[in-house]
Design a protein around this ligand. Structure first.
Ligand code: DC
Length: 265
């Protein structure tokens, strides 16, 4: 049952955030499923770092396009993934442009450049390359472990992606799988693009989304799928607030289970 009241109980959230060990929440799901919205809000409520791992694959794709590296040149893209430095920073107080994080590639702010339709079109191909995944997974694990132990600037981490619960952090104490119908996800992406002044026909957005879903879930390495122990949240017809409430309920259950386990040990 959704207990939306929890969303407005900062003390309870503070307590839950402190009780999760390691303090790692894995959220996976397809594009535009609302996983970043719930992840960002959960991270803020718990004072955890919000880390959308998709930005890393986008950053590699953007760098390839910007440097004229052919997207089908797997070897060159793999080398590029190892060579570039990607930094993920919380937004600065003077940045009020709706960003959830700042993404730097070799020091250059690419936060919005990585959202271009050209990156959208090519990122699934880039993220399927094993060398790219090896490089990104290593960086993501190092960040997760540091925050999960509680010796970083924030007391935990909410990681959002496609393979966080299955491959990157399979031992995360809370895993969510956020999903929504493709038509609804395409509608959201279509609206988001329109807000940015990009008027792409809905049918095109939907076709692109279905194509990306297929590449993401059919690739042999780390395909998009729900981990057996991930809690599935379908938010096709519910509000972001309801989704957050469901996530908090799942967190409470995970914390209760880990406290029982600690008592037994
Ligand atoms: O969530 P997004 O649309 O920003 O993700 C961009 C791409 O990166 C998408 O095609 C899937 C891929 N991705 C991935 O393979 N593994 C992750 N952990 C995160 C994203």
């Amino acid at each position: 049952m959704i207990q939306a009241a929890h969303v407005h109980q900062p003390d309870l959230l503070d307590e839950l955030g402190a009780q999760l060990h390691p303090a790692i929440i894995a959220i996976d799901g397809p594009a535009a499923s609302g996983k970043s919205t719930v992840g960002f809000r959960l991270a803020n409520a718990l004072d955890y770092l919000f880390f959308d791992t998709g930005v890393m694959y986008r950053a590699v794709t953007w760098a390839a396009l910007a440097r004229g590296v052919a997207i089908d040149d797997e070897t060159a893209i793999g080398a590029l993934a190892h060579a570039i430095t990607i930094d993920i920073l919380p937004p600065q107080p003077n940045q009020h442009d709706g960003r959830h994080t700042t993404v730097l590639v070799d020091g250059e702010d690419v936060t919005w450049l990585i959202r271009a339709p050209e990156v959208d079109r090519n990122v699934s191909a880039v993220s399927a390359y094993p060398e790219v995944r090896t490089a990104m997974t290593a960086k993501q694990r190092a960040i997760a472990q540091r925050y999960g132990r509680g010796d970083a600037e924030k007391r935990g981490i909410v990681m959002v992606g496609r393979d966080i619960g299955t491959v990157v952090m399979p031992d995360a104490p809370l895993k969510l799988y956020v999903d929504a119908a493709p038509e609804e996800r395409a509608r959201r992406r279509h609206q988001e693009l329109a807000k940015q002044g990009k008027h792409i026909p809905y049918a095109e957005v939907l076709a692109d989304m279905v194509r990306r879903d297929r590449i993401d879930s059919e690739r042999p390495l780390s395909p998009l799928r729900r981990a057996a122990d991930a809690i599935r949240i379908d938010n096709s017809t519910q509000t972001a607030e309801d989704t957050l409430a469901q996530a908090i309920d799942a967190l409470r259950t995970a914390v209760d289970a880990s406290l029982v386990q600690q008592d037994r040990n």
